[in-house]
Ligand binder design. Sequence first.
Ligand SMILES: C[S@@+](CC[C@H](N)C(=O)[O-])C[C@H]1O[C@@H](n2cnc3c(N)ncnc32)[C@H](O)[C@@H]1O
Length: 276
Amino acid sequence: MAQAQEKKDIWSADLYGEKVAPFVATSTETILAWLDPKPTDEILDIGSGEGPLTARIAPHVKRIVGIDGSPNMIEHFKNSYPHIESRVVDCRLLDQESDLITGGFDKVFSNAALHWILRDPETRSNTIKGCFEALKPGGLLINESGALGNVAEVHSAIISGLVTQGIPVEKAREASPWWFPSHQAMKGLVEGAGFNWVKGEVQLRQTTLTENEKGGVEGWIRLFGEPFLELLPTTEARDAAVKHAVDVLESVGRQQHDGSFTVNYIRLRFVAQKPE
Ligand SMILES: C[S@@+](CC[C@H](N)C(=O)[O-])C[C@H]1O[C@@H](n2cnc3c(N)ncnc32)[C@H](O)[C@@H]1O
């Protein structure tokens, strides 16, 4: 049976939703249109985070359950939305969650989370198998996550920052917490679990970062890049790596007209169906 290695909880609801990346839960028009919530729907939201998107969907459906691997995020979820079901689940081993994989959901939904959850090749198929088993026959899996090349400039700059602090490039690469698959690789994984691929698309979404004190590109790197920075033993070394990455990115993402900072997000969206 597959096992998942324990991971540190890097998620801070206060930093994530308020300071660094409020756009994650709000830049969602297309995937919400693809979700097409119905009053009869029972939905499982995997990697729901602190729940702002789950809460937007909730009034339009019969039931929605938010699950997330981060105790910090779920604590925040429960405080903000006590009327919506939520709980801590490491979705890498979703196929071992016996009370969720009962074939009772009409839809499994996920936004901006599968590239984290599917990072480890050993447990990738456990997650997708869990989605399959959670669904009724004919049920839909609807996802948006990072595609091949997502945030490539920031990803590269962080690796470069680690290398300047003496980390071998292979080790820096290996520390990446993400799996950004091509359209074809995701389709293969999903079909391999028994789903029929309904539709998929890859889209460049240039995204303006926040400007506040804990945000910007530095805030982004410190929050989402934490698994990389953990390789460095001292605060000084981390600060130097972050500074290097920010300096490298300065001429890449800074807008000339208003000074705002843009990151090239590349999104992979798909809908897949469990056969009737
Ligand atoms: C960028 S946030 C997206 C949250 C939310 N879906 C939204 O759209 O705002 C990614 C979420 O994936 C969760 N996550 C990462 N690895 C996970 C795992 N193995 N199991 C469950 N959730 C995980 C994180 O805890 C985090 O809340």
